[in-house]
Ligand binder design. Structure first.
Ligand SMILES: [Zn+2]
Length: 215
């Protein structure tokens, strides 16, 4: 089972991926984690990637795909994988397709996780983070409130709303995502593996995906 997971920040990709990992016994591959492990392994393409990351630059697509090509052939990806957060552009999507074709790997489901903007806003603006840099515990005023409002359970420091989690900041992030990803959705829309999972709860989204892949 090979799945591409697309969705805005706060759409719940992590939770859906976790359910699919459990359901199919497949591996979740996020670009960030993959690059970090390649760098830690300290060999081959990982060394080149490290240079870019140390300079705070974007790792070029060709390098990401090279690392990914190796990663997807490892033992733990035999049953399949979920690619999370990649591709983000049409260029990446085209290169990914070429690479997978070369490996003889077919994508079973391209999932567009569609969550209404107000749900995402509510989800992300309700987060509170401990202001103590050594703690950084995360709370949620609706789903996981701290015992004492505004105070971290773990260390007693004040909890704050991060600058990038205010309503204004999140609206901006969603707008950027929309602009970047809309063409990608357009690109995949006619692929027989494409499925839109319209849901603000993870389970129905997973059901839509299962229905798509016939399980
Ligand atoms: Zn704390």
């Amino acid at each position: 089972m090979r799945i591409l997971l697309l969705g805005a920040p706060g759409a719940g990709k992590g939770t859906v991926a976790e359910l699919l990992v459990g359901r199919f016994g497949i591996r979740q591959i996020s670009t960030g984690d993959m690059l970090r492990s390649a760098v830690t392994a300290g060999a081959g393409l990982g060394v080149s990637a490290e240079g870019y990351m140390k300079r705070g630059e974007l790792v070029p697509d060709a390098l990401i795909l090279g690392i990914m090509e190796k990663r997807l052939q490892e033992e733990d990806c035999k049953k399949g994988f979920i690619l999370d957060g990649f591709p983000r552009t049409i260029g990446q999507a085209e290169s990914l397709k070429k690479m997978l074709d070369k490996l003889g790997m077919k994508i079973n489901a391209i999932v567009n996780l569609e969550v209404p903007e107000d749900v995402i806003l509510r989800r992300l603006t309700s987060r509170r983070t401990c202001s103590n840099p050594k703690c950084q515990a995360i709370f949620n005023i609706f789903t996981k409130p701290s015992r004492k409002e505004g105070i971290c359970d773990k260390c007693g420091s004040p909890t704050v709303q991060r600058d990038d989690e205010t309503e204004e900041a999140i609206k901006q992030r969603l707008k950027t995502y929309e602009e970047k990803t809309a063409p990608l959705i357009e690109y995949y829309k006619h692929d027989p593996a494409f499925v839109t999972a319209p849901s603000f709860k993870p389970e129905p989204a997973v059901d839509a995906i299962l229905a798509r892949v016939g399980r």
